[in-house]
Write a protein that binds this ligand. Structure first.
Ligand SMILES: [Zn+2]
Length: 413
């Protein structure tokens, strides 16, 4: 048994956190007094470790190998094909492992990775990411989403591979219905994904409407299917960019359906800010889904990293603190309440989407924690420090120390 003494929560409360084995045993002020193995937090911020619920580990860090393209979603998907043909299990495994380790170092201990399942790369990306997940199971929990990046109908053979991926142990059924050529094919794509999810008893996490075209409306197809099959609380829709461009009447109707179906929305502003709106002049659209309206309606919204130095996005380093900061800019989140919402979007919201029962700073939750060298969440966002310490299941898995000094020529007055 060991304890964090004098830990500042994001709420501002000062508590002790007692850890026994893998779990949090107590969070009451003063509870550390009876424990001999104590870390004095001196009022510094302690958060639950972050969850990155939308990342692509198989594609991470390939950017230097890709040809230049027009910067759009379609341009990126095309540019990746050549590199994807050359994937090997070891190649994917080592890149995925590098991003998992970097994420852990920066306070994230759970990741959900979409992994391409298609006739170009076959099951090699999944094998590589699953191997990396096993390599890192002592420092993080990594779950996989079988993701038909090239479509199901427009990539004949992908459906069989999806089945094989789920048999191999992929945790979640992915999808990308808007990538199909027409509405009928989109609807069929959605139907097929839910059929797989039912058959294999898996949750669903699809890429949905990642386009500025307000006439692309597969979110409603996903919501209708979730309601029809009673998949309440088991579906996440990622990106959902075109919802912003659709008319308000459609948006209100489909937001209500998402709420009723318990659909989580993975807004990924970090990537979509640079990916969408490429064809616009003057007032350039931002590629953001309707975060404020989803929030007001009570829909569960999370923020994901999405891309790490791949064909879609040249940046990204597995820092959910950075993701929260960029998302705060994109979604106009600035008040104290807003910033608390940004924190939830990288902690509690993904935990809800994963249906986790062992997450958070409370008795009985898994002790996935991080200690930050700041007195508040607002300061963490502003200053972006790496965590001093990160724990996974009660075990110390990462430490950072930063030292810097300003050399003055004379004493300050
Ligand atoms: Zn994505």
């Amino acid at each position: 048994m060991w304890a964090l003494q004098g830990a500042r929560l994001a709420s501002g409360d000062l508590v002790d956190i007692v850890v026994e084995g893998e779990l949090i045993h107590d969070t009451a002020a003063g509870s550390a007094a009876a424990v001999s193995d104590r870390i004095d937090c001196a009022g510094k911020l302690v958060l639950p470790a972050f969850i990155d619920s939308h990342v692509h580990l198989d594609k991470a860090l390939i950017r230097d190998d890709l040809r230049e393209h027009d910067g759009t979603l379609a341009g990126a998907i095309g540019a990746i094909h050549e590199r994807k043909r050359r994937y090997s299990v070891e190649d994917v495994r080592s890149r995925a492992r590098a991003v998992i380790e970097e994420s852990v170092r920066l306070g994230t201990t759970r990741l959900r990775s979409h992994v391409d399942v298609d006739t170009i790369g076959g099951l090699t990306p999944l094998e590589g990411v699953m191997a990396a997940a096993a390599d890192c199971s002592d420092i993080a929990e990594v779950r996989t989403v079988a993701f038909p990046q090239e479509g199901l109908l427009r990539d004949p053979g992908a459906l069989d591979l999806m089945e094989a991926a789920l048999e191999m142990g992929a945790d979640v059924v992915g999808g990308m219905p808007h990538w199909e050529p027409n509405e009928a094919a989109q609807r069929e794509h959605v139907r097929l994904c839910f059929e797989l999810a039912q058959r294999f008893d898996r949750d669903v996490d699809m890429h949905v409407d990642e386009t500025d075209d307000g006439n692309v409306r597969t979110l409603e197809m996903v919501a209708d299917e979730a309601l029809r099959l009673n998949f309440t609380g088991r579906v996440c829709a990622g990106h959902v960019c075109s919802l912003a461009a659709a008319d308000h009447e459609y948006a209100e109707r489909v937001i209500d359906k998402c709420l009723r179906a318990g659909i989580s929305i993975a807004a990924n502003p970090v990537t979509n800010l640079v990916l969408q709106g490429r064809g616009d002049r003057g007032l350039v659209r931002r590629g953001m889904t309707r975060v404020a309206e989803l929030r007001a309606a009570g829909v569960n919204v999370l923020f994901g990293q999405d891309c790490v130095k791949d064909g879609f996005y040249p940046f990204g380093r597995g820092s959910m603190l950075e993701v929260a900061l960029i998302s705060a800019h994109a979604a106009h989140l600035t008040s104290k309440d807003d910033l608390a919402y940004a924190l939830e979007a990288v902690t509690k919201a993904p935990a809800i989407s994963w249906r986790l029962e062992d997450y958070g700073l409370r008795r009985g939750a898994r002790a996935d924690l991080q200690l930050l060298p700041v007195p508040s969440w607002e300061e963490a966002l502003r200053l972006q420090p790496p965590p001093e310490k990160v724990w996974f299941g009660g075990r110390l898995v990462a430490e950072n120390s930063v030292s810097s000094v300003v050399h003055r020529a004379r004493p300050t007055p």
